[in-house]
Write a new protein. Structure first.
Length: 297
């Protein structure tokens, strides 16, 4: 079991660096080690979804739905299958942007296992996504609901020994999502607190640095924004060197686009001549600049 979770955790940590190719290597290993385990397909499917490879994401969710029988995440043995059936149905709805239907399925999963932190986290994320789908309306209650479920997921990781041992890598992700909702509530101090918690939990979580940089930029704290953008660049530079050595051309080009996008944002936010010079040097080093409108996510 520990070897399986080592790959699951390694994949999740690479995913937080937005190094989706290396994450996939570990998720594939997890699938090979336990081909009937719900979690392996769930995590790999999420990785595909974040790479905008929706077809492969849905394939993994549906395969797990109909073929998998094992999991260590659900502590209620008698309802394990039902828990994951509802969770995976929710992920399928989520992948197709049917957020309200996703929430319904995640809530059904919770009825099967009250200690199922995946379900709490997924409900929080779905409420956050619903707030985006609602546009400029009053989404205050959705933000607060999302935070409430994220905090419940965190509490389970802290209080349930099994979750604490195997799922602590989710802490950084959950803290970043709480910060995202606090930022939407215009609670900048609280948002900064949770971004720092996310970075403390995983100092290579790109999204935490990038989102905090945008918040610092909005608060006119240019030096702090520059520091966070620079942290993103360092992480992507590490990826670039590794990927060039491995000859993974497609992933190299994706990383180049991400670096260019962050560099562009850094120049705009800090209005610094030094940053502009860094931008020119790095673009020369890594290739043609790709405008923000075409950046890969």
């Amino acid at each position: 079991m520990d070897s399986f979770y080592e790959d699951l955790q390694a994949g999740a940590y690479y995913r937080m660096e937005e190094n989706f190719s290396q994450a996939l290597v570990h998720f594939n290993r997890a699938v090979e080690k336990q081909p009937n385990n719900f979690e392996a397909y769930l995590e790999r499917g999420v990785n595909y979804h974040l790479r905008n490879q929706v077809f492969f994401a849905l394939h993994d969710f549906r395969y797990a739905l109909y073929h998998c029988t094992d999991s260590y995440a659900c502590q209620n043995e008698s309802k394990k299958a039902q828990y994951f059936i509802h969770l995976l149905q929710g992920l399928i709805y989520e992948t197709n942007s049917h957020w309200e239907k996703a929430v319904t399925e995640y809530e059904r999963a919770l009825h099967c296992d009250k200690q199922g932190f995946y379900a709490y986290f997924s409900i929080g994320y779905a409420y956050g996504s619903l707030s985006l789908a609602n546009g400029q309306g009053d989404n205050t209650q959705l933000y607060k609901q999302a935070i409430r479920y994220f905090l419940k997921a965190l509490a389970l990781i802290d209080s349930v020994p099994h979750h604490q041992k195997y799922y602590s890598f989710y802490q950084s992700v959950i803290h970043t999502n709480i910060a995202w909702m606090q930022k939407r509530l215009e609670q900048s101090t609280e948002a900064l607190f949770y971004y720092q918690k996310a970075i403390d939990a995983n100092p290579r979580h790109v999204r935490a640095y990038f989102s905090r940089a945008i918040l610092h930029r909005g608060m006119n704290q240019r030096e702090l924004a520059l520091k966070d953008y620079s942290s993103c660049i360092r992480i992507f530079e590490d990826q670039y060197k590794t990927l060039v050595t491995s000859g993974n051309v497609q992933s190299v080009n994706i990383v180049k686009k991400r670096m260019a996008s962050i560099l562009e944002d850094r120049v705009v936010s800090t209005r610094s001549t030094l940053c502009l010079l860094d931008f020119i040097v790095l673009v020369h080093r890594y290739g043609e600049w790709v405008p923000r409108s075409t950046k890969s996510s």
